[in-house]
Design a protein. Structure first.
Length: 189
């Protein structure tokens, strides 16, 4: 009799543990639906830029950033995750949230080594520091990292050009651009 009671108790414990695991999986599926969120992102992207004046729709911009980040949180290894994080960074740039954009670009660069725009993420962090955050020293370090780590990428050449311009004063930059334009006009004649 004790044996039967022991077997029944074990069976009840096993069944109740199994049901808890199924419930957890079921609830997670109910809370996150990849297809539904993908559709939501697509809809938000379709109205992100106003057709009237070709400007960023600010309310939609915030919503799409949240959707991109939620997708990345729920599916960090999904093939679309680095693309959505890259797009979120682009929208943050459009909103002039340069620090947030930099964080997102770094996240993609550091975590998604096979992403097609990975080097672009690194380059853009340098660009942000150079042109928007006035962190010339940090920008220089990142441009140099682009050149060192990705010498065969087209952006390495852009980084070299950016480094050359980084040290110029405003008056030197104006003179440089005048000379460059003059050279282009002369070559057309």
């Amino acid at each position: 009799m004790k044996r039967i009671i022991g077997v029944v108790i074990c069976a009840v414990i096993i069944v109740s543990c199994g049901e808890g695991k199924e419930e957890k999986g079921k609830n997670k599926g109910e809370n996150f639906d990849k297809i539904e969120l993908s559709k939501q992102i697509e809809e938000l992207e379709s109205v992100l830029i106003s057709a009237k004046n070709n400007a960023l729709n600010l309310g939609t911009a915030q919503e799409v950033i949240v959707a991109y980040k939620e997708y990345a949180k729920q599916l960090p290894l999904d093939i679309m995750t680095p693309e959505y994080l890259f797009k979120a960074a682009d929208v943050e740039m459009g909103l002039q949230h340069y620090g947030k954009a930099e964080v997102l670009y770094n996240r993609v660069y550091d975590n998604y080594h096979n992403y097609k725009n990975r080097v672009m993420c690194l380059y853009l962090t340098a660009f942000i520091n150079d042109n928007h955050l006035n962190q010339k020293g940090k920008a220089q370090q990142i441009y140099e990292k682009v050149i060192e780590r990705h010498p065969d990428d087209k952006l390495a050449q852009d980084a070299i050009a950016s480094l050359d311009l980084l040290t110029l004063s405003d008056s030197e930059l104006i003179e440089f651009l005048k000379n460059k334009n003059k050279g282009q006009v002369d070559s057309l004649n």
